[in-house]
Design a protein around this ligand. Sequence first.
Ligand code: GDP
Ligand code: MG
Length: 171
Amino acid sequence: MAKSPEVKLAVFGRAGVGKSALVVRLLTRRFIWEYDPTLESTYRHQASIDDEVVTMEILDTAGQEDVQQKEGHMRWGDGFVLVYDITDRGSFEEVAPLRSLLEEVKKPKNVPLVLLGNKSDLDHARQVATEEGERLAAEMACAFYECSACADEGGAVAEAFHELCREVRRR
Ligand code: GDP
Ligand code: MG
């Protein structure tokens, strides 16, 4: 039997945007309110995507790394989830520089990405319009989802990770 494909995914974004909560949501379909913010972990997760079992190795970064550590994580990964918090404009502004560093590290390959605007349940505190996320994703030529790790009704979190796996497998 053919070995099931493995993809290495790294989750990046400013501390506090919900990276760990998103990964926990993907793995357990649950939300955990408090998660050690300094923790960096890798997880293995299997999912059936388009009738194929794919094993994801997921690196949940802490979001406080120095440039050398970031570059190491970027070299390790095949695909990248760039997360911002729709209630934190600063976290949105950190996405483009992350993307530039990724391009630099992965050159000349172009890099499979998805952009995630998290905490969509906090619409009353929104600082980043949906259209701004869409525009940034168009510039980066990647898929875009607004989602909520704590109220993931439509399963957007899993959909985003699965789409990224497809993108990696297409290359
Ligand atoms: P990380 O530093 O990016 O890993 O962020 P965490 O996953 O530790 O989450 C930071 C804080 O945001 C925690 O207090 C979480 O409970 C909260 N949080 C994460 N995702 C969501 C979300 O979708 N909605 C809301 N309301 N809070 C969230
Ligand atoms: Mg975390």
